[in-house]
Design a protein around this ligand. Structure first.
Ligand SMILES: [Zn+2]
Length: 210
């Protein structure tokens, strides 16, 4: 009885807080059951490799994955939010998952897989096009296909959650890995630009006591 009351209290409080956190926009709040894993974990995390992929998805889903827009907000806009790889727009979650041209080859490959999973359930071509090619809808699908953002307008059968979540977490893992590889490759160019700024002289260190 106490356990149920405690769970209900925290569930209600979390649902109220959800509305005030834009970073939690893509996370399905209705699936929060205290003591039970969220569908994003429940349907995917079964091997060591899956857990790694799941961790990246959860970071992006909760807004803790460091993108240029986060960095810009964190540094009070002294850093530009523009994607350092393609420079075609601000690097937010939609850009990372659905738009950045540098990772389009990965997206194409996984869109084919997702199409195979989804096409049996969506004879309506419009729904399929929306899920796979509309950037905000595709981002919501990839991050949490159980979210009301998706299921409110497009009914995805529960039986396909596992296949979709596994495929989407592979996609996120590949995009994240490719992004890091490119950023490491172009890092010297970015650092060179930063080095051109004049540095403040360092204060001399005091005596070192043994
Ligand atoms: Zn980009």
């Amino acid at each position: 009885m106490y356990k149920k009351a405690t769970c209900n209290y925290w569930k209600e409080k979390t649902l109220r807080l959800f509305a005030t956190y834009p970073s939690a926009r893509y996370l399905n709040p209705l699936a929060l059951e205290f003591g039970k894993p969220h569908p994003v974990i429940k349907y995917a995390a079964c091997t060591k490799e899956h857990v790694k992929r799941c961790a990246t998805t959860l970071q992006i889903l909760t807004g803790s994955y460091m993108l240029q827009t986060n960095r810009s907000n964190f540094n009070q806009h002294s850093t530009k939010p523009t994607c350092l790889i393609c420079r075609s727009g601000p690097e937010n979650r939609i850009h990372l998952i659905a738009c950045c041209p540098a990772t389009e080859h990965i997206r194409c490959r996984f869109r084919m897989k997702l199409k195979e999973i989804l096409c049996d359930h969506f004879p309506n071509q419009e729904h399929l096009e929306l899920l796979l090619f509309d950037p905000p809808t595709f981002t919501a699908l990839v991050l949490d296909c159980t979210s009301p953002i998706i299921t409110h307008s497009i009914p995805i059968p529960v039986t396909s959650f596992s296949d979709i979540i596994t495929c989407c977490q592979q996609l996120i893992h590949c995009i994240s890995a490719e992004r890091l590889t490119i950023l490491q490759r172009i890092a010297p160019t970015i650092q060179k630009k930063r080095k051109t700024r004049p540095r403040k002289p360092r204060k001399p260190c005091g005596p070192i006591h043994a």
